[in-house]
Write a protein that binds this ligand. Structure first.
Ligand code: GLN
Length: 290
């Protein structure tokens, strides 16, 4: 790696060397990551980086160091300090789960429901259980005028990131365990949304970015099937929602049946529905509180 751009030199050459090094380290999108890291240092987007490279610009100072870290599979978002989620640019780094594209679809379901509640009643009360960086809660608050959004987070480290991301959108951050949180506000929410930890204990993720850098508390759902925390989300949602309130939660594709079964067995949900992500996988389930 020391060969990459140790004297800053030419941007085009530095990007080629970075791309080769990243590909060699098994990074899935080496060219994109090389351009994004250069763009981060230059304060410009990827398109501008490509244009600058064509125009014969110099490589930015420090690119080699960032590329070396990325080759060690430090998440791209930890190196740039930001993750894009729907319309937002969120602050992320060590100690918080990096939000994923599939969760944008889960946020959409909560947004759609919150909008229809606002249309009917002028306002909607929404809670995001296990908010992490605050991605879902901040999206709902920023995209649904009239939504009052609460976000619950257990981890101190994650909550510090959430605070930064949620404050500009007026979301109330509540520190605590989603099992017991908001005990004094039962029966007062219209929408409960959650991307809980749900990975089964034995299903250790293959990507080093996930395995070594996402907090375990955000990944593993508890129990051999990973369903302990999703079960707690169902119970908490049942107590927090008004009758007719809407629950939507993310899960792994293989858990679609288990989550639908959990909601059916609880006997307090109508219109239990599965939802696919953009790649056609069953990644979320919703229900209406009886
Ligand atoms: N989606 C996560 C992953 O891909 C799993 C945990 C979660 O999102 N709650 O690693």
């Amino acid at each position: 790696m020391t060969s990459v751009n140790s004297a800053p030199g030419d941007l085009a050459a530095a990007l080629r060397a970075a791309t080769a090094a990243l590909a060699g380290a098994g990074v899935p999108s080496p060219r994109a990551d090389a351009e994004l890291l250069a763009g981060h240092l230059l304060g410009v987007g990827r398109g501008r980086v490509a244009a600058l490279a064509l125009a014969g610009a110099d490589a930015p100072e420090g690119l080699a160091d960032l590329v070396a870290e990325r080759c060690r599979r430090v998440p791209l978002q930890h190196l740039t300090g930001t993750a894009h989620f729907r319309r937002l640019e969120l602050a992320v780094g060590p100690g918080v789960f990096v939000p994923r594209p599939e969760t944008e679809g889960v946020a959409q379901l909560a947004i759609d429901r919150a909008r229809s509640v606002v249309a009917d009643r002028g306002r909607a009360r929404v809670v995001d259980l296990g908010t992490g960086s605050g991605a879902i809660a901040a999206s709902v608050a920023s995209e649904v005028p009239g939504a009052a959004v609460v976000a619950v987070e257990l981890s101190d480290l994650a909550a510090a990131w959430a605070e930064r991301n949620l404050a500009p959108h007026g979301v109330e951050l509540v520190r605590g365990d989603l099992r017991t949180a908001l005990g004094d506000r039962d029966g007062t929410f219209d929408v409960v949304v959650s991307n809980p930890p749900y990975i089964p204990a034995g299903a250790v993720p293959q990507d080093p970015e996930v395995r070594d850098h996402d907090p375990h508390v955000a990944l593993y759902g508890g129990g051999a099937d990973g369903m302990e925390v999703p079960g707690a989300v169902e119970r908490t949602a049942a107590r927090l929602l008004v009758p007719g309130g809407y629950l939507v939660m993310e899960h792994a594709e293989v858990q679609a049946e288990a989550v639908a079964g959990l909601l059916r067995a609880a006997g307090r949900w109508d219109r239990i529905e599965g939802h696919r992500d953009l790649t056609g996988r069953d990644r979320a389930t919703s229900g209406i509180r009886r």
